[in-house]
Ligand binder design. Structure first.
Ligand SMILES: C[S@@+](CC[C@H](N)C(=O)[O-])C[C@H]1O[C@@H](n2cnc3c(N)ncnc32)[C@H](O)[C@@H]1O
Length: 267
């Protein structure tokens, strides 16, 4: 059941997911809180980077966090236990074959998962089945097409495009943020609302330079370098220039901008 996906399951990727979640916690999660007693399904929890934030923000809610990867689930359990949260249960299962009864959750949450799935609308329909009528779904996704930076560089843009192309070749869509609204509607949800969450980084915000531009975004792009070269999407020289130019945006006069999209809807 362990399945390959574009970012892989390496220790470096696990650290990147935790950096990403911690750095973006305020921007992405400040308005996510579940009432005490409610039962929440987190789909595609990975190493639990978002789980710990959700559990901490809603201590009275009970979370069931699921993922395909047994290894990621073990890391997630350790992460959540280490932070002392007792309100999370973990299950290994596939979003497309959820082992839960119809209408058994009050809320559903997923973050950075649809972008990796060949049929995101089908995944949402599967999640909708286990959601109670009137319950809410919250979906957070990025959109690599929303990236711009200073100094601009065609090499850096090309390196990002390599990731977009590789992910597409694996059946994913790293430009999915802009499609959240139509996909949620297509999957039968009502009261759909999507809000952009822009991350703006300059050297006056050293926490974001490190936590977001370097350790989240550039680390993500760097992670596909070997595959991009092997696939003939770039060569080592151009790739090196692209990564060097992305790193220049973290300098004293550099800026880096990216937008996430957070959608909420009801069944
Ligand atoms: C980029 S990670 C995001 C993890 C976590 N939500 C976060 O934001 O840190 C995507 C996760 O989705 C999981 N995943 C992909 N397809 C899945 C499926 N069909 N069912 C369950 N989990 C899936 C992967 O195993 C991976 O852990």
């Amino acid at each position: 059941m362990e399945k390959k996906y574009v970012h892989g399951y390496t220790p470096r990727e696990s650290a990147r997911l935790v950096d990403q979640a911690t750095t973006l916690a305020e921007i992405l999660h400040h308005d996510t809180a579940y009432p005490a007693g409610s039962r929440v399904l987190e789909a595609g929890c990975g190493v639990g980077a978002q789980t710990a934030i959700l559990a901490g923000n809603s201590p009275g809610a009970r979370f069931v966090s699921v993922d395909l990867s047994g290894e990621s689930l073990r890391a997630a359990r350790e992460n959540v236990d280490a932070q002392g949260f007792a309100n999370v249960a973990f299950h290994r299962c596939d979003i497309f074959r959820l082992p839960f009864a119809d209408e058994s959750f009050d809320h559903v949450f997923l973050c950075f998962v649809l972008e990796h799935l060949p049929d995101p609308a089908e995944a949402l329909s599967s999640l909708r089945r286990v959601l109670k009528t009137g319950g809410s779904i919250t979906v957070i996704e990025g959109d690599h097409g929303s990236t711009y930076f200073h100094p601009d560089s065609a090499y850096a843009r090309r390196a990002i495009q390599c990731l977009v192309d590789l992910q597409a070749a694996e059946g994913g869509n790293s430009l999915i943020g802009r499609r959240l609204y139509p996909i949620l509607r297509e999957s039968g949800f009502r009261d759909v609302s999507v809000s952009p969450r822009m991350v703006y980084v300059d050297s006056g915000k050293p926490g974001l330079v490190e936590g977001f531009t370097k350790n989240t975004f550039i680390a993500m792009v760097e992670g596909v370098g070997d595959r991009a070269v092997r696939a003939g999407l770039t060569d080592e020289t151009d790739w090196g220039r692209g990564i060097r130019d992305l790193n220049r945006t973290t300098g004293e006069d550099g800026t880096f901008i990216y937008t996430f999209f957070k959608g909420t809807a009801r069944k």
